[in-house]
Design a protein around this ligand. Structure first.
Ligand SMILES: [Zn+2]
Ligand SMILES: [Zn+2]
Length: 627
């Protein structure tokens, strides 16, 4: 039986040493030496635990590598414990960065990931970032991706793919760019004089690392030698994220679609019309598409074709929950058909039997007038994966709301329609990224439609809405944290918490499989345990064991005010003040025990002043309810 590519990989690598790093070229060589496989079919990133966002769950396929940078892979074998792998490390992150700081050691796999994640660009494909080595990012800043020098036989030289020697000083405050035969002048005048955001590319691993904001040190510049000095170690990225408005709207939409959910309900309620019980648009599509494609064939007369199209258009009025074309436009269309059945029939045949869509669109305008909703609907029922219904009057307001410079009212034309579809597809990508779930083109339309609805606007203005987060997911996140702490070997020296006794704004939520949760910082939990002296805060005499790797007593961190309540507060709940140290017996009891409320009361009395100091005010009954 023929081997699959994956089986070939396993075979070719079975005697290789775990932990060895390979370049893509080396992997290709190993595979083609062993099996003569064509280069194009060897895609190591498909077998990476951390590639794209399929890392942890995978698709049932065995995996062999960890991606270490562009074109660089570590062979870790198929039995590797991938539970700690960050699936986003080399893919899209669900949250964009707000501030980027040199001290955080931020790296990106590609130029395009810098541009998209930090600067709100929407570039697709890894090569789309090329040509960005030195460019304007806005009117006042350039962005620069120098290829940093490497060490070779004791000498500092340019990396193999560059002629430029870019050296960063040891303390990171200065960059020198050199090339002996450089003939360029004025490198630091004009645009070159603007402050530049610098992401230096390292050779191994091949990643782009944020180095700070630099400016030319003109005094020291001469032909062939350019010097730059660091003027800032961080960038506030919020103003670059022009899709912030869209992201906020997606978050609001998410909350809105779950507003009727009772607290603690784990039901993964449908987000969009097309996957909800009232998936009426999808139903209209399916029925009308069927009417068109069974009613119109090569050997059906034009008169009958006109009838089929009319029948499909009229069908949408039958839907109680909301017709996609207003009945006035339907009546108008009916009259047009009566007047010129043959012409409409010809257009109907062209619609169904050809792909000459632009022509069909223009023919429809000619015969029906600029009836945008009607024509949009006719295209939608042709193919819902490529076309959408239109409600120009509603959509205009939505686009304004989202800061998208686009409008539809009175602009019925093929080019306006295709632009609308393009925008909807971009929004669809944003929804996918933000909510980390699938989203069809029609779902993007439902999203826009919802944003324009009165009840959504009501919700936003009057909205005293309960926004409880998915409890089950939060329990899982708590369990991961405990597991993480269990295995932690970090040296913990007690540190006075940063901003102790002061409120700190909460972080951005993140989405896991379409459910929202808030990130927990393990360092804060570790510190909280240290502050408690690794004793159970319910009773110091409770026994526990000494951890193998770190010589301290094993205790578990517990967020007294559950992280699931984060949306209720302006400030972070992931603070030492809110994290109690519990022995594992007490920890289980507080979550699952019959008399848990007694424990909660005891801890609440101990902590309520501290909670107040960090901006968390909650009464005991509400707290008990939240468990
Ligand atoms: Zn807990
Ligand atoms: Zn205890």
């Amino acid at each position: 039986m023929a081997m699959t590519i994956t089986e070939m990989y396993i075979e070719a690598f079975k005697n290789k040493t775990i932990g060895t790093e390979y370049t893509r070229a080396e992997i290709i060589k190993i595979m083609s030496d062993a099996f003569g496989v064509a280069e194009g079919s060897i895609l190591p990133s498909d077998l990476c635990y951390n590639s794209s966002n399929k890392g942890i769950e995978g698709n049932g396929k065995p995996r062999l590598f960890l991606k270490k940078g562009r074109g660089l892979y570590e062979y870790v074998g198929k039995d590797y414990d991938a539970s700690k792998v960050n699936p986003y490390e080399f893919g899209t992150k669900p949250n964009s960065h707000d501030v980027i700081d040199v001290k955080d050691d931020v790296t990106f796999p590609y130029i395009i990931s810098v541009l998209n994640e930090c600067f709100g660009k929407h570039m697709k494909g890894k090569t789309a970032g090329q040509g960005w080595y030195f460019r304007h990012i806005d009117d006042e800043h350039m962005i620069w991706f120098p290829k940093l020098a490497i060490e070779k036989n004791g000498a500092i030289v340019p990396p193999p793919d560059s002629e430029w020697l870019n050296i960063i000083s040891e303390d990171g405050t200065r960059i020198i760019e050199e090339k002996e035969d450089d003939i360029r002048s004025g490198m630091v005048d004009g645009e070159g004089a603007l402050p530049r955001f610098v992401f230096g590319r390292t050779w191994k691993p091949r990643v782009y690392k944020f180095l700070g904001v630099f400016e030319a040190d003109k005094e020291r510049c001469r032909k062939g030698h350019w010097e730059f000095v660091r003027i800032s170690t961080s960038i506030d990225l919020t103003e670059y994220q022009n899709d912030k408005k869209l992201i906020d709207s997606i978050d609001n939409f998410y909350d809105y679609s779950r507003k009727d959910e009772k607290s603690g309900s784990d039901e993964n309620k449908a987000l969009f019309d097309s996957d909800s019980d009232e998936g009426y648009k999808k139903e209209i599509y399916e029925t009308c598409h069927e009417i068109l494609y069974s009613g119109i064939t090569e050997d059906i007369s034009v008169e009958q074709s006109a009838e089929a199209l009319l029948k499909a258009v009229k069908y949408n009025l039958k839907i109680q929950s909301g017709a996609l074309v207003h009945h006035q436009q339907v009546t108008h269309f009916e009259n047009v058909v009566k007047k010129d059945r043959k012409a409409i029939g010809k257009i109907a045949k062209q619609l169904v039997l050809s792909n000459n869509d632009e022509q069909t669109f223009n023919d429809l305008i000619k015969i029906t007038g600029k009836k945008y909703d009607l024509i949009g609907f006719i295209f939608f029922i042709k193919d819902c994966e490529r076309y959408l219904p239109v409600r120009s009057s509603i959509m205009d307001g939505v686009f304004t709301e989202l800061n998208i410079p686009f409008s539809m009212s009175g602009k019925c034309s093929w080019s306006n329609y295709t632009e609308y579809i393009t925008i909807a597809n971009e929004i669809r990508e944003s929804i996918k990224e933000r909510l980390h779930r699938n989203c069809e083109l029609l779902d993007a339309q439902s999203f826009l439609w919802t944003l324009g609805s009165e009840s959504f606007k009501d919700y936003l203005t009057k909205g005293k809405h309960s926004k409880l987060l998915n409890k089950k997911l939060n329990r899982k996140e708590d369990a991961w944290l405990v597991q993480d702490i269990k295995e932690a070997t970090d040296e913990v020296s007690i540190v006075e918490p940063k901003d102790a006794g002061k409120p700190v704004k909460r972080k951005q939520p993140k989405y896991v499989d379409g459910s929202r949760t808030y990130p927990r910082d393990r360092k804060i939990s570790l510190n909280a345990l240290a502050l408690a002296g690794y004793k159970c805060e319910l009773d110091e005499s409770h026994e526990s064991f000494i951890k193998r790797n770190s010589n301290v007593r094993y205790m578990e961190p517990h967020h007294l005010v559950p992280m699931a309540l984060s949306d209720e507060f302006e400030y972070s709940l992931d603070r030492e003040e809110n994290i109690v140290s519990l022995c594992s017996n007490c920890h289980n009891q507080i979550h699952y025990g019959k008399d848990a409320d007694k424990l909660i009361r005891t801890l609440y009395e101990k902590r309520k002043d501290k909670l107040h100091s960090i901006g968390i005010d909650i009464d005991i009954e509400t707290l008990i309810d939240a468990y």
